[in-house]
Unconditional design. Structure first.
Length: 463
């Protein structure tokens, strides 16, 4: 009898029990899933990513202290911040009153950079083949940017590079075409023309050489290099120019000056140390200790305070160096030690016009010769320095966005497929990127926000 009395009550005990148990395991499963997703999510600051194997660098410390904080931040920034943004406004193409005019001559390099794909076009296979050499992939569709991560980038290069692309979308709403691009963010070009002659792979990076297919793209420092306190270009250039006007060219120290880091596996920089003799070689070579500069809050390494010499030497580092633009900005005669690498704008430089070429095989004598020539031909030398500065002055951020726009447009015309975001990619928007930025990065990023263009981008000269 007793079992009869009890039996109807059994389910009432059972149901909450089963419910509690399944809720418990569901939560467990969910937490496990979330943890799994978090540990597989690459981010703009390098969470869950290994450094590029072709150029290893130490892992960055992350800001978050605990595992939970990190998981929360990744979920918050990567999955929850772009949901309510609308991209660049997609279809609403802006009507401009006037024309954009013709692009500067050096934009012609865009066609030369893309020449390897003029016949074959850029296929999905080309892009897939570039993946092996890439740190990340950028797919822009309908004015929204999606990023697929493969490796971490050193310092904040990825963050500032992607920021630049987001600003491009902001500057030309509804105009940037759908595109699928592979990027590497380390210095040395890797797509050797001989090795890849059968199958040139399209890979964007900050520089190239005559022997490489790598496609140059404006480097991150135009939007700022927070680790060494270099501000966005549209703040840095006017500041350098202003400081350069404080001392007229003729009143500057009549010698060649270089300040930098010689310990970057650069033979030419090591050799340059031998030219450090004012009387014998007319040169002054100084060591930049970035660690010390950082400790001192960068008070003594302002670029604007480095325009006190009539001549400024540019020596490539491990590959090309971001310093070229700052050296040219001084209005001093830029002495370029025969560069091997080119970046997107250096193709616009002309020897004896806006800089002087230094023979790397006769390094010190060549510097000495040029310094002596300049000191004997003041007017001509001063004009070379001035034209170098004018060239950099013409390279405004607006121009740089025009370059990016034309490069991406030409590249997209070559694609023979319709880009779609890969399933593993995540949208990166202004908010998600700022979400990962530390305080200093955020300051630099927000200060380099682009405004909507009021004129259309310049057009490339007809072929
Ligand atoms: C170059 O010479 C100057 C003056 O003699 C000296 O102060 C400086 O430390 C030298 N530079 C290097 C890199 O040794």
């Amino acid at each position: 009898m007793s079992w009869l009395m009890h039996s109807p009550r059994t389910p009432t005990y059972l149901i909450p029990c089963v419910l509690a148990l399944s809720l418990f395991s569901l939560t467990g499963l969910l937490l496990y899933k979330v943890d799994d997703v978090v540990s597989r999510t690459g981010t703009v600051v390098g969470h869950n990513l290994e450094p590029t194997p072709w150029h290893v660098f130490p892992h960055k410390p992350f800001d978050e202290e605990t595992r939970q904080q990190r998981a929360y931040k990744i979920l918050q920034c990567s999955y929850l911040t772009c949901r309510y943004t609308t991209g660049d406004g997609g279809g609403e193409r802006r009507k401009f009153p006037g024309g954009g005019g013709q692009c500067p001559e050096f934009f012609g390099a865009i066609r030369r950079d893309l020449e390897p794909w003029m016949v074959s076009r850029i296929t999905k296979d080309h892009v897939a083949a570039a993946q092996r050499l890439a740190a990340f992939r950028v797919v822009i569709v309908g004015g929204k940017m999606f990023v697929d991560w493969y490796y971490a980038c050193v310092q904040s290069r990825a963050m500032f590079t992607l920021w630049g692309l987001l600003q491009l979308l902001r500057r030309y709403p509804g105009m940037v075409p759908d595109v699928d691009m592979m990027f590497d963010c380390m210095d040395k070009p890797t797509v050797n023309r001989i090795e890849y002659q059968g199958m040139p792979v399209p890979l964007f990076r900050y520089c190239t050489t005559k022997e490489h297919f790598d496609i140059p793209f404006p480097d991150w420092s135009f939007w700022g290099w927070s680790e060494i306190n270099i501000r966005p270009w549209d703040e840095e250039f006017p500041d350098i120019k202003r400081a350069s006007q404080a001392v007229s060219w003729r009143d500057r120290i009549p010698r060649a000056y270089w300040k930098g880091n010689p310990d970057v596996s650069s033979p030419i920089r090591m050799e340059l140390l031998n030219c450090n003799h004012s009387r014998k070689w007319g040169a002054q070579i100084m060591r930049q200790d970035w660690d010390e500069a950082a400790r001192d809050g960068f008070h003594h390494s302002r670029l604007a305070d480095q325009c006190n010499h009539r001549y400024k030497i540019y020596a490539e580092g491990y590959a090309w160096s971001v310093s070229l633009k700052y050296i040219l900005s001084c209005g001093s005669v830029a002495l370029l030690i025969a560069p091997q690498y080119e970046d997107f704008f250096s193709r616009g430089l002309v020897a004896d016009q806006n800089y002087c070429l230094i023979d790397p095989l006769k390094l010190c004598p060549s510097i000495k010769y040029t310094v002596e020539w300049g000191n004997q031909h003041l007017e001509e030398a001063e004009a070379i320095g001035r034209r170098g500065q004018e060239f950099m002055e013409s390279l405004t951020m607006d121009r740089i966005y025009e370059y990016m726009f034309n490069l991406i447009s030409e590249y997209s015309k070559l694609q023979d497929f319709k880009p779609t975001p890969p399933p593993t990619s995540l949208e990166v928007c202004v908010e998600s990127l700022l979400c990962f930025a530390d305080e200093k990065q955020r300051t630099f990023l927000t200060r380099s926000t682009a405004s909507r263009a009021v004129t259309p981008p310049c057009t490339l000269r007809p072929i």
